[in-house]
Design a protein around this ligand. Structure first.
Ligand code: 5AD
Ligand code: SF4
Length: 469
């Protein structure tokens, strides 16, 4: 890029839209933690005077909050950036400046490489540094191409603005709260320990205060989030270490909170205390996403998973004993290096043994810098595709069977929004199923007892029996 070009860019960006007209558009990819981060970035932008743009074309500030977990996820970002470059050029021709930010895990993993592949990007900011967004955007106006992707020692959460009641209300009655970040497990296929860094937990008070603010603005359900959330070990105000079970109890005790969930967990951290919370805490949803990845002990060892199939089945049995109406969900990887037909059959056997309510299956994707990317026995694309298809057929059959079995049951549904038809509301069952029912809009935000009376392809039909709270 020539010097004069830089100056031209700086001049253009130095005269953005008038402050009261500034708009931000944030697009998030990947996991729920990214959704949470995107909301916090929206809070930062709002504090800086940006209003939400309803279309990306109207945005003076565009943020892509990226995911690096599989190759396809990160390649998608570059094709998205190609389109945004054209948009930026178009806006420039119309005399409007645009600041383009790449945030999230691709930003963390690739840093300045993003600027080389797509020079239209103004700011690259990793997940631990986005609280510095205003200063980075200002810096980029003078000199585009700012990178902030180290792991700073400062506590990001302490620097984030508080969501306004209006912003909370717009986001709905079910909210995410990140309580733990990073991962020390180093599964051999996974980039997370490199992109999100070492495990760190927020103090109990900070989490409870945030939940109390959400609840006072109408939130009824919180999902406690962490890359490895059941490794949570935050400090209480008197300096005691508190595990996830203690945090769940504290969250459930916040007035207004009717349901608590947590994601994502590692089998190795399913402590007795946490299993007991499934028995004791009524507000804890009877649904557990517990990735197992494979049903072969040989592969679990190669993956550095620290648990065997028998350990997983034992946890499932103990959680079921504690909370008989619990349902499970999981993640699976097919085509991990060295996976034989027998290993894959063992995965199918595990799925049959557990009977999941839902599950996600992925083809193994080699991630640069992870041990598995260098491992011998990489599996060809056709075998991966074939195994994925077989596993998905089984998962889909289990999902349908689970949904069918809920017909005739009664459980609590938290209604979240109006339905497509007038006079209908839509919510979620304890098992994350979408449930719609006839009822007034005043049911939104209400946890109601619902009888499931029918099955649709992607949802359940319910009849409100009584508002339960
Ligand atoms: N290839 C395929 N799937 C992966 N996952 C994580 N890393 C990879 C990879 N390299 C899956 C795991 C994890 C989920 C979030 O993504 O199943 O639980
Ligand atoms: Fe990745 Fe989860 Fe393993 Fe951590 S526990 S390395 S986040 S797959």
């Amino acid at each position: 890029m020539s010097e004069s070009f830089v100056l031209e860019d700086a001049r253009e960006s130095a005269s953005p839209a008038r402050d009261e007209d500034r708009r931000v558009f944030i697009k998030s990819f990947g996991c729920q933690m990214n959704v949470y981060d995107a909301e916090r970035m929206a809070d930062i932008a709002a504090e800086e005077g940006y209003r939400e743009a309803h279309a990306v074309e109207d945005a003076d500030l565009i943020v892509l909050n990226t995911c690096h977990i599989r190759e396809r996820a990160s390649e998608k970002i570059y094709s998205e950036l190609g389109k945004l470059r054209e948009l930026k050029d178009e806006r420039r021709r119309a005399g409007r400046g645009t600041t383009l930010v790449v945030a999230g895990c691709v930003a963390q993993a690739e840093g300045a490489e993003i600027l080389r592949r797509q020079p239209a990007v103004d700011v690259v900011v990793g997940p631990q540094s986005y609280h510095r967004l205003p200063e980075l955007v200002r810096e980029a106006r003078l000199r585009p191409g700012v990178v902030a992707a180290d792991f700073p020692a400062e506590d990001k959460f302490a620097h984030l603005p508080i969501s306004t009641p209006g912003a909370i209300r717009r986001r709905g009655v079910a909210a995410f709260v990140t309580v733990q970040e990073g991962c020390d497990k180093f599964c051999s296929f996974c980039v997370v320990p490199y992109t999100r860094g070492a495990e760190a937990s927020r103090p109990v008070r900070a989490v409870v205060d945030e939940i109390a603010r959400l609840a006072s603005a109408g939130v009824r359900e919180v999902t406690l989030l962490g890359q490895n959330v059941n490794a949570y070990h935050g400090l209480s105000e008197d300096g005691r270490g508190v595990g996830l079970a203690g945090l769940i109890r504290a969250a459930a005790a916040v007035p207004g909170i009717a349901r608590v969930r947590y994601a994502t967990s590692h089998p190795d951290d399913m402590s007795d205390d946490l299993i007991a919370a499934h028995r004791d805490v009524a507000a804890l949803a009877p649904f557990l996403h517990l990735p197992v990845q494979s049903g072969s002990d040989r592969l679990l060892k190669a993956m550095n998973r620290r648990h065997r199939v028998a350990d997983y089945l034992d946890i499932v049995a103990r959680v079921r004993a504690a909370r008989p109406d619990i349902a499970f969900s999981s993640d699976f990887i097919v085509g991990y290096p060295g996976e034989t037909d027998a290993d894959f059959e063992a995965t199918l056997a595990l799925v049959r043994a557990v009977a999941f309510a839902s599950a996600y299956a992925f083809k193994y994707s080699a991630r640069p810098g992870t041990p598995a990317a260098e491992a011998p026995g990489q599996i060809d694309a056709a075998t991966k595709a074939q195994r994925l298809a077989r596993l998905q057929v089984l998962i889909e059959a289990q999902l349908q069977a689970f949904n069918r079995a809920t017909v005739g049951r009664r459980f609590e549904v938290l209604f979240e929004k109006p339905g497509r038809r007038e006079g209908q509301v839509i919510g979620r069952s304890p098992y994350m199923q979408a449930v719609f029912a006839d009822g007034p809009r005043s049911l939104i935000g209400v946890m109601a007892e619902v009888e499931i009376i029918g099955l649709e392809p992607h949802s359940l039909r319910g009849r409100v029996v009584s508002p339960a709270s």
